[in-house]
Design a protein around this ligand. Structure first.
Ligand SMILES: Nc1ncnc2c1ncn2[C@@H]1O[C@H](COP(=O)(O)OP(=O)(O)OP(=O)(O)O)[C@@H](O)[C@H]1O
Length: 251
């Protein structure tokens, strides 16, 4: 049986000491959707995605990738996903080509397939010249792009990306949007967190808004917007700050 949800999060909870970072998150990401996860700083997006892909053990709940439990059946579940985590920890004493090749070998890919895909990914992401540069010497945006290439290399069914557009230049951002749009058109599923509402509005078919460790709104983009802009919907769900106009008068 093929589940309707590419990704199902059920009752995920994570506490850090007394802080409840994620408070019973339930989320079904439909197969073939382009899913944006929004929320203010500290809402619990990264913690949720980290648990969802098997990088952080939940205190309660479970995550299913195409029906496979990430914690009980990790090898199968992880073979189906490509992940670009927050803070991108990479083997940065390798150059770009070596890093991708290493990633492909870990994934059990054939060397000739790896070579062809690495060359293509470096080209599309404008990293060809950086292929022989150590990753530690990359800029923040270049690190994002090589991390995205690592997530794409094995042609996963589902992509989980933490702030993929952060720090990338406009040309690279357009290239990434194009890659992801084609990936979804080809039957893939993407879930990504972002603070860039214009990008989410342009790309996403579905959106969830997190606040205080919970999902406060979820649905198709139009359902969540409900006739408003996404920014208006976000502020309505999360709560805007009311300015008295007198703050920082000393500045
Ligand atoms: N390792 C940790 N130890 C202690 N507290 C943590 C840890 N990781 C996250 N937190 C706390 O959990 C809460 C949720 O953090 P998280 O990084 O998931 O938020 P986020 O929605 O991704 O935020 P941002 O948009 O700023 O990246 C925050 O209050 C944060 O301080």
């Amino acid at each position: 049986m093929i589940p309707d949800s590419a990704f199902a999060l059920q009752g995920l909870v994570k506490k850090f000491d007394t802080k409840v970072a994620v408070d019973g998150v339930e989320l079904a990401v439909p197969a073939g959707s382009f899913f944006g996860l929004l929320g203010p700083n500290g809402a619990g997006k990264t913690t949720t995605l980290s648990m969802a892909v098997g990088l952080l053990r939940p205190d309660a709940g479970r995550a299913l990738v195409l029906g496979h439990d990430v914690w009980r059946d990790p090898v199968r579940a992880k073979s189906l996903i490509g992940v670009m985590p927050d803070g991108v920890r990479l083997f940065d004493r390798l150059d770009g080509t070596e890093l991708l090749t290493y990633q492909g070998l870990l994934r059990g890919m054939a060397p000739d397939v790896i070579d062809a895909r690495v060359a293509e990914l470096l080209d599309v992401l404008a990293l060809t010249d950086a292929g022989r540069t150590l990753v530690i010497d990359y800029s923040a945006g270049m690190k994002k792009k090589i991390a995205l290439a690592c997530a794409l290399l094995h042609a996963p069914r589902l992509l989980v990306l933490d702030e993929p557009f952060e720090a990338v230049d406009p040309v690279s951002g357009a290239a990434i949007r194009d890659i992801l749009t084609r990936y979804v058109a080809g039957g893939g599923t993407v879930i990504f967190s972002s603070h860039v509402l214009e990008v989410v509005e342009r790309l996403c078919s579905h959106v969830a808004i997190m606040a205080n460790g919970r999902i406060s709104a979820v649905g198709t983009l139009d359902e969540v917007r409900a006739g408003r802009t996404l920014e208006e919907a976000f502020v309505a769900v999360v709560g805007g700050r009311v300015s008295t106009g007198s703050e920082l008068s000393w500045l």
